[in-house]
Design a protein around this ligand. Structure first.
Ligand code: ZN
Length: 143
């Protein structure tokens, strides 16, 4: 399960509206608490994919490093990532799975229809390696 505060939840959805018709992306910082990923902070990142920004996203490694440092300093970890799907369902794509490498992290996807955030779903990257990795549905609890 992914636990997120209403302001953080609203912020990641709003980010998708702001970058529409392009995908937005960002990092979720927080803690694991009894098998629950608890989001403490969302960090916006720029989408480095200029070839196809409406259906691809890539977080610049240069942006991940400070996010990771910030997390460590505050006793947190990177517990997930989020991105938007402009005019597409909030389901992961094959590309999303191929490009996901953070096991046991949450991948949150928000569908943005005509510029308005609609559904938001979360998926956990399960498995132990590239051969058997898969996304599993995860509940989001907005507190
Ligand atoms: Zn995607």
């Amino acid at each position: 399960m992914l636990k997120i505060s209403q302001p953080d939840y609203a912020a990641l959805r709003k980010h998708g509206e702001e970058t529409y018709p392009h995908e937005c992306c960002g990092v979720l910082l927080g803690k694991m608490d009894d098998g629950v990923r608890v989001v403490k902070e969302t960090v916006r990142c720029g989408n480095t994919r200029s070839d196809s920004p409406e259906n691809r996203y890539n977080i610049d490694p240069q942006e991940l490093i400070p996010a990771q440092r910030k997390a460590r300093e505050q006793g947190m970890d990177i517990i997930g990532f989020y991105h938007s799907h402009p005019d597409h369902p909030a389901r992961w794509s094959n590309t999303d799975l191929q490009e996901a490498h953070w096991f046991a992290c949450s991948y949150v996807i928000t569908s943005v229809e005509m510029g308005i955030a609609s559904r938001t779903h979360s998926f956990v990257l399960a498995g132990v390696g590239e051969e058997d990795k898969r996304f599993e549905d995860e509940n989001i609890e907005v507190a």
